[in-house]
Ligand binder design. Structure first.
Ligand SMILES: Cc1cc2nc3c(=O)[nH]c(=O)nc-3n(C[C@H](O)[C@H](O)[C@H](O)COP(=O)(O)OP(=O)(O)OC[C@H]3O[C@@H](n4cnc5c(N)ncnc54)[C@H](O)[C@@H]3O)c2cc1C
Length: 387
């Protein structure tokens, strides 16, 4: 067992950290408040190869794994730039394409994802189905060579920045008469696809949307994979990378908040010569949060290692646990940091309260803490499914 990164991973961590710090949380918040995107940071990260670290080299990527992508997510977040679209585009879409796309789809989409010139977002959540994906109501109907999609999706991140949206729909299986999942690469400017931006209480340059699919017609090759049978495995292929990278983003955000607070409490003096950090009522909650973040980081490392070793089932358990732990730790760290900074904690200038909405959302999305506990209860503890 080793807890060391390889020299290449160490170099990647240092380089991404340096890039993130050059932009910093001030840039992230400024963009969010102006209703703009972090276009410059995304483009530079793409140029430097950080967005494609997990994409195979033959498609322009770095040939690494989810361990490398988790490093990118964590370090940008630790610099105050938690980019949710890293989870959606390189983690979910690129993995699904690399593992289950046709050769033509891989050649067409992966190079752009690798250099950051293209983004593909992911749409599974629906208003009626919510956490219960078995109830998905978006239906794909075959008409000649085309597919025609109808349905509604909600909370879909980054549609305004992406060229394509990977839509999870269902088709009728002619063999069994049952509905089965299928993934479609739908251009965001397709006729019949409309969107409305949701007002979210999150300070973020990335937006969430309601998507309406009304007779959206796409050609046969928009279906991800060689056949309808690719749908289910492709859907599952995206889950572990999603959980691991979102956990890494949470751990990075937790580190960022604790670092901001520790700098402040070590120097702020309101009782004579002693810093407020010398009071254990201030330092212990921060130390506790630091322990929780570090524990989450260990679980992320385990999950990513298992995933990259091809041990998907074990990675599923570890990835869910890592996502749970990091989601809780990030929320704790940011809340504790705000408290430790007192009034300054609520200002925009000190840059911690700006993360409250994001870390709160991290306990809900992309999979809620309750659904993870359901998973652990069922698959680790052997309990009957309750729902
Ligand atoms: C910022 C943000 C970005 C997002 N981006 C995307 C995206 O890009 N693409 C996408 O497809 N989706 C996205 N989502 C949607 C997200 O994945 C869902 O919000 C999440 O899966 C929960 O679904 P829901 O909101 O419908 O909650 P519901 O399913 O309505 O659940 C409500 C509450 O009930 C709990 N609950 C439900 N069922 C059970 C049960 N059986 N046992 C115990 N508790 C239960 C849930 O945990 C939750 O706390 C995003 C959401 C947010 C907030």
């Amino acid at each position: 067992m080793t807890f060391d990164l390889t020299p290449e991973q160490d170099q990647l961590r240092d380089a991404v950290r340096a890039l993130g710090r050059r932009y910093g949380h001030g840039y992230f918040v400024e963009k969010a408040k102006a209703g703009e995107h972090t276009t410059e940071l995304w483009a530079e990260a793409g140029r430097l190869g950080y967005l494609g670290v997990n994409i195979p080299t033959e498609y322009g990527g770095g040939g690494g794994g989810i361990t490398e992508l988790a490093i990118v997510c964590e370090e940008l977040a630790a610099a105050g730039c938690p980019l949710l679209l890293l989870v959606v585009s390189p983690a979910i879409a690129a993995t699904v394409l690399a593992r289950h796309g046709t050769e033509e789809q891989r050649k067409r989409h992966l190079p752009g994802l690798a250099d950051g010139s293209a983004k593909i977002v992911f749409a599974i959540t629906e208003p009626e189905a919510g956490s219960n994906f078995h109830r998905l109501g978006t239906v794909a109907r075959r008409e000649g060579d085309d597919w025609v999609l109808n349905g509604r999706k909600c909370y879909i991140s980054g549609v305004d920045e992406a060229g394509h949206v990977l839509v999870v729909a269902r088709t009728e299986d002619s063999a069994t008469g049952k509905l089965k999942p299928a993934l479609f690469l739908v251009p965001t400017d397709a006729a019949g696809l409309t969107r409305s931006k949701l007002d979210m209480e999150i300070v973020s340059p990335e937006n969430q949307f309601l998507l309406y699919l009304d007779d959206v017609r796409v050609p046969a090759d928009a279906l991800l994979g060689e056949s309808l049978d690719a749908g289910l495995p492709a859907l599952f292929a995206g889950l572990n990378p999603e959980r691991i990278t979102v956990a890494a983003m949470g751990a990075g955000t937790g580190r960022y908040a604790i670092e901001r607070a520790s700098e402040y409490t070590a120097t702020r003096k309101v009782w004579g010569g002693r810093s407020i950090g010398s009071h254990q009522g201030v330092s212990h909650p921060l130390a506790h949060a630091a322990v929780q973040v570090e524990l989450a980081r260990l679980m992320i490392q385990k999950a990513a290692t298992l995933y990259d070793a091809g041990r998907d089932l074990e990675a599923g358990v570890a990835g869910n646990m890592a996502k749970y732990a990091a989601g809780e730790a990030a929320a704790l760290a940011v809340d504790t940091a705000v408290q430790a900074l007192g009034g300054a904690g609520m200002t925009t200038e000190y840059g911690v309260a700006t993360l409250l909405g994001a870390v709160r959302a991290g306990r809900i999305a992309p999979v809620s803490r309750e659904m993870i506990l359901n998973f652990v209860a069922q698959h680790v503890l052997g309990q009957d499914k309750s729902y």
